[in-house]
Design a protein around this ligand. Structure first.
Ligand code: PLP
Length: 524
């Protein structure tokens, strides 16, 4: 493809992309192809001779579209959103053109320098403590995903812990001691932590323990539970070296009790070296708004923080922004410099080499799209985007509350996410006394683990009904939702936070929920 052909092809592709974005709401939101559908549509190998772009482009609609679930559709209310906007697409386009696997500063100085600058901008607008800025001992780095960020900091935590424990030893003695301690290391997360912490423990070769959370505590990790787990580990001869704490858990957007977790670490002399990571993959975006800034006030006591701009902050996948308090912790763990990577700038410590802040060597120019997004929307535009969804989420939760005959909210709605179950029909004895909905749900569904036998039966019935409504809605395909099982309760999650969402879309979703629920209950 020469330049003229590219110009024509790119214009045509951009036109098609714009049409797609403008009409995405008219498509069935969730793909309903059968597994293996694509192999039947494609030839058994690539063509002998090259094809024309026009022929290739035709296959977007006929072969690719059927297998796409439309995450940008306002009818997509599943998982968490995966925002994309035109400025971030432009960032990707330039990044593709410059295609620079900029592992060292020298590879393309701007790739490193822009990343450092935009991540400092981001740290400030997220109201993170100054210790996470590159001007001090900390700094930010763009990772591919929140999972990658967790695996990376867990390895850094492990190395920091082992280095401190073997500080005074040398040679074989050091190696033996290191291996002995390795067998006792345990990474911690809460029962509500994203599965990426358990996966990171596999990657880091350490044990993993999850700390219980209860519905009484809104599924947040509490200081008491953290303390109890530390003591339990110590009594078993294990050495906790890492904890993931979460701002906005995947199932219900719970917020761990950061101030209590901080106090536990500060008050336990023997756990001073434990690395605490804040996983704010989705809800971290809300920190741009002053009304959420207080959530970040304890983070200076923690070691790292990560949020995905590619979930809720208008930037396409991938843009996971990891901040560390002490960048040396990362570079000491991950820096290996063979001769072919050496250069005077790096050797003299004049520059940042982001390869030492991550697992892979090469990296994409992802700072461009973040830069374009921050400049196009401005701080006020970002705040408006978040506040709009928070407001819509509250409206939705309000409608759910009004239909107490049909639904029960499970945990306090947060960050545009509402998590709820079906209410059992009155004749089944689950009609609850008047009062606050959340409290009643907790009473009904059992926030303590000790449920009377009858309540367990009711919970199983409610679970079956909720599942049935959830499955019917997704099978119909007008909207796309996800479900969660939390402490034995089957719940539906509705989160609508992409750029195209408006009240009308949430109202439509609510009406579908009511209609489907009434149908399911009628059939019982
Ligand atoms: N952490 C939380 C709280 C999440 O909700 C998710 C995904 O939704 C992740 C981590 C994993 O994100 P990623 O796909 O960027 O690895």
């Amino acid at each position: 493809m020469n330049s003229d052909e590219f110009r024509k092809a790119a214009h045509s592709a951009v036109d098609e992309i714009i049409d797609y974005c403008d009409t995405v709401q008219d498509r069935r939101v969730v793909s309903n192809v059968e597994p293996g559908y694509l192999r039947k549509l494609l030839p058994s190998g690539p063509p002998e001779d090259g094809e024309q772009w026009a022929d290739i482009q035709k296959d977007i609609e006929s072969k690719i579209m059927p297998g796409l679930t439309h995450w940008q559709s306002p009818n997509f209310m599943a998982f968490f959103p995966s925002n994309v906007t035109y400025p971030s697409m432009l960032g990707e386009l330039y990044s593709a053109a410059f295609s620079a696997p900029a592992f060292n500063w020298l590879c393309s100085p701007v790739v490193t320098e822009l990343e450092t600058v935009v991540l400092d901008w981001l740290a400030r607008i997220l109201h993170l403590p100054d210790c996470f800025l590159s001007e001090g001992e900390g700094g930010g780095v763009i990772q591919g995903s929140a999972s990658e960020a967790i695996a990376t900091v867990m390895v850094a935590a492990r190395e920091r812990y082992l280095t401190a424990a073997c500080e005074k030893l040398e040679g074989k003695e050091k190696e033996d001691k290191r291996n002995q301690i390795m067998g006792r290391l345990v990474a911690l997360g809460s029962e509500q932590s994203h599965s990426s912490t358990a996966k990171a423990a596999i990657i880091a070769g350490v044990r993993y323990r999850s700390i219980p959370c209860s519905l009484e505590d809104d599924l947040a990790l509490t200081g008491d539970q953290f303390q109890a787990t530390l003591e339990q580990c110590a009594s078993e001869g294990l050495e906790p070296f890492y904890l993931t704490t979460t701002l906005g858990t995947t199932a219900t957007c719970a917020i761990d009790r950061f101030n209590k977790i901080k106090a536990v670490k500060q008050n336990n002399q023997s756990f001073q070296n434990i690395w605490i990571h804040v996983d704010a993959a989705y809800a971290g975006a809300a920190l741009v708004c002053e009304e959420y800034a207080h959530l970040a006030k304890d983070f200076a006591a923690f070691d790292s923080f990560d949020m995905n701009m590619h979930k809720w902050l208008l930037t396409n996948f991938d843009a996971s922004c990891l901040f560390v308090r002490t960048r040396k912790d990362l570079t000491s763990a991950l820096s290996i410099t063979p001769s072919y990577l050496r250069n005077p700038f790096s050797d003299n410590g004049l520059v940042t080499d982001y390869r030492d802040w991550q697992i892979p060597l090469g990296r994409r120019f992802r700072a461009l799209k973040i830069w374009f997004v921050l400049r196009t929307y401005g701080i006020n535009g970002l705040k408006a985007h978040i506040r709009k969804h928070i407001m819509l989420g509250e409206k939705f939760a309000g409608w759910v509350r009004q239909r107490e005959d049909l639904f029960r909210i499970l945990t306090p709605p947060a960050f545009a996410l509402t998590v709820f179950t079906l209410a059992l029909p009155t004749h089944e004895g689950s009609q609850l006394p008047n009062g606050d909905t959340e409290t009643k749900v907790n009473e009904c569904l059992g926030t303590s683990n000790i449920l009377p036998r009858t309540s367990t039966d009711q919970m199983e019935r409610a679970n079956a009904l909720t599942k049935s409504v959830y499955e019917s809605i997704n099978a119909a395909g007008e909207i796309f939702l996800t479900s969660s099982v939390v402490n034995g309760v089957y719940a539906i999650r509705v989160v609508s936070a992409n750029e195209k969402t408006d009240e009308e879309h949430l109202r439509k979703a609510f009406d579908i929920l009511v209609k489907t629920t009434e149908e399911v209950l009628r059939k019982q």
